[in-house]
Design a protein around this ligand. Structure first.
Ligand code: FAD
Length: 413
């Protein structure tokens, strides 16, 4: 066991920590920086794991935020394959799984999230996969390519993986609680469009349904049984039913967890402990661009940009995290989805463009105030949506112009 001092301790080896390290150095930090991550890899992008990397068109190295040389050149210590097992906020120390103890000046908790597991009968069979890491994506490609695959979930992981596996020759069926894929966050009009897009490529649905259990032979899954009574043949199963923020370390250290399940931080991503921050999937923050609402989002761009906000605050700039949350998703090369928001409630959807032609934006409004916007093929529309959301602008009777292609959106916000 050794004990030593670190100026900036970044806990978690994901994109929030990685980008914080980059912006600390870019911002002129001259102290020591140590990044501790449980996984064997340096910080990497997870979005390709269900898309290009799963499809085999991207290498591991393409997904890395920075390569090992960059961390060395920038004098950033990376402890991969190492877990922070305890945080003492009074003594300002972190105990590592290799038994070292680091005394820190400032710390970032960016422990991310873990997949939510379904405790159904037969869950112990092989051939049932979850997806969070490079290794999971490798195993899915190996086990599910060209096979009959059942995916549990109707949100973006199940939809993206079904699309990617279809390009690898698999036959995919989604079992989902929703009547339409992706409709929980984006509504029924969008859901119908995504159902048609996926369906046009042979993906089928057991909709408004649920997993009941798995059947297998010789220890391997063979069938998925659903609550509606369907018995679906499955050579492999992928479960994509959401994640739980990994608050275990923070909670043990005495930090408060909020109603959205994340570590509570203020608008500048500060916890209640002096000089200790949280960012990314694990952070429940006060969003100055969403009317002061508490947000906890599992979006790549949020984790990435929050890493930068933490770096700036560690360097004494005292800035709020004021980016309007942005999300993207790809269904193979059939549809590229972009979204800003998030709209929690809305009473009106206005479509600009054409759902039939696959080039549209749906604006989600509460009264005359923009809450969110989803686009397929009309990215430019989001710039105006971002300004309207950030300004909480009430469009009043000009709302209809959003759907009128002859009106200039730029005039609205
Ligand atoms: C397959 C997949 C596809 C995705 N696609 C999209 C997409 O298209 N668009 C989008 O916006 N978002 C997408 N996301 C979500 C996005 O990847 C996450 O929001 C982002 O990875 C969050 O980054 P993070 O740094 O907060 O946490 P994570 O990426 O979860 O990283 C946290 C890391 O910390 C480690 N850790 C945890 N506890 C400790 C500890 N005590 N000590 C040391 N290390 C620890 C974890 O093992 C993990 O490696 C996708 C996610 C997945 C899994």
């Amino acid at each position: 066991m050794s004990q030593r001092d670190v100026d900036h301790l970044l806990i978690g080896g994901g994109i929030a920590s990685g980008n914080c390290a980059r912006h600390l150095r870019r911002g002129g930090a001259d102290g020591t920086i140590t990044l501790v991550g449980r996984e064997p890899d340096l910080p990497y992008d997870r979005p390709p794991l269900s898309k290009e990397y799963l499809q085999g068109s991207q290498e591991r190295s393409d997904a890395l935020l920075e390569d090992a040389g960059w961390y060395a050149d920038n004098d950033i210590e990376t402890l991969t394959g190492v877990t922070v097992t305890a945080l003492d906020l009074g003594a300002r120390t972190a105990t590592l799984s290799n038994r070292d103890v680091l005394r820190f000046g400032q710390a970032l908790i960016a422990t991310g999230a873990n997949v939510r597991r379904l405790p159904a009968p037969g869950a112990e069979l092989t051939g049932i996969h979850y997806l969070r890491t490079f290794g999971n994506s490798d195993a899915i490609r190996q086990d599910a390519s060209g096979k009959r695959v059942v995916l549990i979930g109707g949100s973006y992981i199940a939809c993206e993986v079904a699309a990617s596996l279809t390009t690898l020759g698999s036959t995919c069926t989604l079992v989902m609680q929703e009547a339409l894929p992706l409709s929980r966050g984006f509504g029924s009009d969008a859901g119908r469009f995504f159902a048609e897009t996926l369906g046009a490529h042979g993906i089928t649905f057991s909709a408004s349904d649920e997993l009941e259990g798995f059947e297998g032979a010789d220890g391997k899954v063979t069938h998925v049984i659903t609550r509606s009574g369907a018995r679906l043949e499955a050579d492999a199963v992928i479960v994509g039913v959401g994640v739980n923020p990994d608050v275990s370390l923070a909670r043990k250290a005495g930090l408060e967890v909020g109603r959205k399940g994340g570590v509570l931080v203020d608008a500048g991503l500060r916890t209640a402990a002096d000089g200790v921050y949280a960012a990314g999937d694990v952070a429940e923050y006060v969003s100055v661009v969403n009317g002061g609402r508490r947000q906890r989002l599992e979006h790549w761009d949020v984790a990435f940009s929050q890493g930068r906000t933490v770096a700036r605050n560690m360097l004494g700039q005292d800035v709020p995290h004021d980016a309007v949350p942005y999300f993207f998703s790809d269904l193979a090369d059939w549809a590229a989805i972009e979204y800003v928001g998030p709209a929690e409630d809305w009473d009106r959807e206005i479509v600009r463009g054409s759902l039939q032609e696959g080039s549209f934006t749906i604006f989600y409004l509460q009264g005359g105030v923009m809450q969110g916007a989803l686009t397929v093929g009309r990215s430019d529309d989001l710039q105006v949506a971002v300004r309207l959301i950030a300004g909480s602008t009430d469009l009043g009777d000009r709302v209809a112009e959003l759907g009128d292609l002859s009106s200039d959106l730029e005039q609205l916000g």
